[in-house]
Unconditional design. Structure first.
Lengths: 427, 94
């Protein structure tokens, strides 16, 4: 086996299993990836070449600006007319950047992408105005290289809709795309050789995979039964030493982080609020009191002023329903509310119930704006929120109480069904 | 004016709407569980299942059919941001 880093520098492929080569690129100076991630020691774009008795396959390419490294490494072990198969595990530009040029150079190659990738491929090839033939594949589909077989696993949404993994059956190598990847640039390439990348691995999961936990679990269900000698992701170390540890770790990370604190037969409702003169705070308390009357709901009340975003994000991930209270200040909800509501992109909020309430002086925009934001975040907003002009009266606090109770009934599925309403009354 | 009744099965609620209303206009207001992404028939996020009254929704366009296919829609699935109500129907999130 060739030993990096010398071979890395000289534009050579690294063979890490018989006929299986790393032909990627290192990007050690990158410090921010995709806007949302910090990359303290850069990243790598791993691409792979597999040689079978009847042709060569390429799995993923590199970011366009690293094409030269990629092609040099490819040419060191194969000629373009040998390439029969090109697989893209997802179409993000950091892995599809060299695709158009590769397709041009490899006239005998067929492109394999996931069923969900077709319209994205078209959008990516716009600048070149080119069209390439492709074959869409799903779980169970295979392509033969003679003595070797690539099997496709449909693992959508990890982290793009079109994500798939590709499994080299005879050698038990899983080309997993961004799954099991991390931004960790190290020329030693393999998990048993590189520095301590545990932080990078978890950080990558937290920012890229966390919103898709349900999909991770579905993907794990088809990955776990495989015989796994190695996992070859598109970023960071190749996991050849005890690869199953990373699969188990993904399962752990995708399971509930606060499990066991709230009992199974209760739904968790969290009420967040901000208040300058205590009006919205009193509404929050009345709503909490109302909600608590409902069996099967555990209510938590938090003043946003006394907390930080990160732990609140963890709380929200495990909650079944959220209510936000904000006064209207200068025609808007207050910043801590938006700070929290703009930090939830790492979560999947689909199916959680949302609602809003607040005190206001003359126009009261905050409540509707929060409701719209919650809908935008794909939460379900079942009740129109309560707005109170300045100081809540006893009657208005009773309305808050009722709102809390109705919301909790909705949360526990106890609200009377069979309702018929007119569209005009919904606005 | 012609009307249609849309029943959102997940929240057991029926809304009377004028014919021609897009599902998206109703479902969010009433707090049903269908979710939206692009809101213009491109992403497939709003895929819903039509439980009854398949023929009481406007015909899917060629583009909608393409998006449905790419998102592996089942039989009687539609995009809620595209389908218009022309009669009574029952829908639910996929
Ligand atoms: C981590 C990540 C998540 C993304 N999520 C979405 C998404 O949810 N919806 C979407 O339409 N595009 C999504 N995209 C695609 C980007 O919007 C797309 O690549 C865009 O062209 C980037 O534009 P820019 O070159 O101006 O940064 C995502 C991209 C990345 C890297
Ligand atoms: S919301 Fe994107 S297709 Fe309907
Ligand atoms: Fe990616
Ligand atoms: Fe990537």
């Amino acid at each position: 086996m060739a030993e990096p880093p010398a071979a890395l520098n000289s534009g050579h492929a690294i063979e890490f299993a018989p006929g299986v080569h790393w032909i990627g690129a290192l990007d050690p100076t990158l410090r921010t990836f995709d806007i949302i991630l910090k990359t303290a020691n850069g990243t790598s774009y791993n691409a792979y070449l597999i040689r079978g008795s009847e042709g060569v396959a390429i799995v993923d390419t590199v970011k366009a600006s690293f094409s030269e490294d990629f092609f040099a490494r490819l040419e060191s072990v194969a000629s373009y007319d040998e390439v029969k198969v090109i697989v893209l595990n997802h179409l993000e530009p950091d892995h599809s950047g060299a695709l158009p040029e590769l397709m041009r150079r490899a006239p005998n190659a067929k492109l394999y992408i996931s069923t969900r990738a077709t319209s994205m491929l078209k959008a990516l090839l716009k600048p070149d105005g080119e069209r390439f033939d492709y074959t869409t594949v799903g779980t169970g589909d295979t392509v033969s290289l003679g003595d070797r077989t690539l099997r496709f696993l449909h693992t959508p949404f990890l982290h793009w809709p079109d994500t798939q993994c590709t499994y080299l059956e005879e050698q038990g190598v899983l080309f997993s795309g961004d799954v099991f990847g991390c931004h960790y640039c190290d020329a030693r390439l393999f998990n048993d050789k590189v520095g301590d990348f545990r932080f990078s691995f978890d950080y990558y999961y937290a920012h890229i995979m966390r919103p898709f936990k349900q999909w991770v679990l579905e993907a794990l269900a088809i990955i776990e039964p495989l015989k796994l000698n190695m996992i070859a992701p598109t970023h960071g170390p190749i996991l050849r030493d005890r690869p199953r540890r990373y699969v188990a770790h993904y399962r752990e990370l995708s399971s509930s982080s606060l499990a066991g604190r709230i009992s199974d037969d209760e739904r968790s409702l969290i009420i967040f609020y901000m208040s300058s003169y205590g009006n919205t705070a009193r509404m929050a308390e009345a709503i909490a009191t109302g909600a608590e009357q409902v069996e099967g709901v555990r209510v938590s009340l938090y003043d946003l002023e006394g907390g930080e975003v990160e732990p609140f994000v963890d709380l929200i991930e495990e909650a079944d329903a959220l209510l936000f209270g904000s006064p209207t200040i200068n025609g808007d909800a207050v910043k801590p509310v938006w700070d929290l509501l703009s930090s939830l992109a790492v979560l999947n909020l689909v199916g959680k119930l949302g609602g809003a309430f607040g005190s206001y002086g003359w126009s009261g925009e905050a409540v509707r704006m929060i409701e719209d934001r919650m809908r935008g975040l794909k939460m379900r907003v079942p009740l129109k929120g309560v707005r109170v002009k300045l100081i809540p009266s006893d009657e208005e606090l009773a309305v808050c109480d009722t709102f809390g109770r109705e919301f909790a009934l909705e949360l526990t599925g106890q609200r009377a069904g069979g309702k018929v309403v007119d569209m005009a009354d919904l606005a | 004016m012609a009307k249609g009744k849309v029943t959102f099965e997940d929240i057991d609620t029926t809304v009377n709407v004028p014919a021609g209303t897009r599902l998206i206009e109703v479902s969010e207001k009433v707090g049903a569980g269908i979710i939206y992404g692009c809101r213009e028939g491109d992403c497939g996020t709003c895929m819903m299942h039509v439980v009854e009254g398949w023929n009481n929704l406007s015909e899917p366009s060629v583009l909608e059919q393409k998006v449905l296919k790419e998102n592996m829609a089942g039989r009687h699935d539609r995009l809620a941001c595209q389908a218009q109500v022309i009669g009574d129907c029952v829908v639910k999130p996929t």
